[in-house]
Ligand binder design. Sequence first.
Ligand SMILES: [Fe+2]
Ligand SMILES: [Fe+2]
Length: 193
Amino acid sequence: MPARISTPISITIIQEEHEHLSNIMERMLSFVRSLQEVNTNVDLSVFRAMLYYIGQYPERVHHPKEDQFLFAKIKDRTHQLDVELDNLSEQHSKGELLAHRLLTALQAYEFGGTEALPHFRTLVEQYTHFYFAHMRMEEERIIPVALQVLNDADWNIVDAAFLENRKEMDDDGQRYHYDQLFSRIMSASPGPQ
Ligand SMILES: [Fe+2]
Ligand SMILES: [Fe+2]
């Protein structure tokens, strides 16, 4: 079956959300690299806002949609990506634990002393590396195959689910809230060096 010419809306939504997440990850890295071992008086609230954003948006909205709709449909059509899809779903469930470890490391730096900074920095580097690799796998390996194997009826189902989810978030103001939070994070944190 030839690949689709136009991009399904569900894929556009995933790509937009990845773009936002990548921006947050870059800001996380820049922020943690800007911290000094000697400076104990730093405002860490923007880092907390980043963790909150990730906990609320990707963990609760983005990953479940991928698992329930896109990955499930791909598995209906082909088994060539079963291992990769299982790994990605496992990473979805691991994300929350990793974010919790980051929060603990942040608190250790904040309340335990600046000697905790190297560990905090290492965890942020590992976490962002994990996230970038995850999104790269979805964009470079999973989505191209999905565009080959899903038919129009499949895309109608997947697109409808993503659009329904987006409409619900628009209706109850959640999307506005996340967009505001995203803008605040972007303006309050240093950009990539
Ligand atoms: Fe994912
Ligand atoms: Fe994703």
